[in-house]
Ligand binder design. Structure first.
Ligand SMILES: [Zn+2]
Length: 117
């Protein structure tokens, strides 16, 4: 089971106590009325989905109920750090999972054999 540390409770708890709340550090335009419809739609609907480090909002829904941010490696599903909401985005060096080893290329035999007559 995946354990997540809440930065407010300062305890590692099972992931079932938490809920992902989407991408962290989204900034709404100010004033929003001067934003184009396309930019507002991008703000509202489009999210980053990088392979590797993701900055996410989480909520300790079955604990203290507070929102916090986490840096998670989407490849290994490992939480690299958690920090309280409102704190700046940590400067993370690439700590990504190692690239998967290349699988050996196996040569397949043809399914049908040619029979010469
Ligand atoms: Zn908590």
């Amino acid at each position: 089971m995946l354990l997540i540390k809440c930065p407010y409770c300062e305890e590692e708890r099972p992931e079932l106590e938490f809920r992902n709340a989407g991408e962290a550090h989204l900034v709404r335009a100010n004033p929003i009325t001067e934003q184009s419809d396309e930019d507002f739609a991008a703000f509202l609907y489009f999210r980053q989905n990088p392979k590797g480090l993701q900055f996410e909002r989480w909520r300790h829904i079955h604990g203290c109920g507070r929102f916090f941010n986490a840096v998670r490696d989407s490849v290994s599903d490992k939480f690299l750090t958690v920090y309280k909401a409102g704190e700046p985005r940590p400067d993370m060096q690439p700590q990504l999972s190692p690239a998967p080893a290349e699988l050996p290329v196996t040569k397949r035999s043809p399914r049908t054999k040619k029979v010469e007559v």
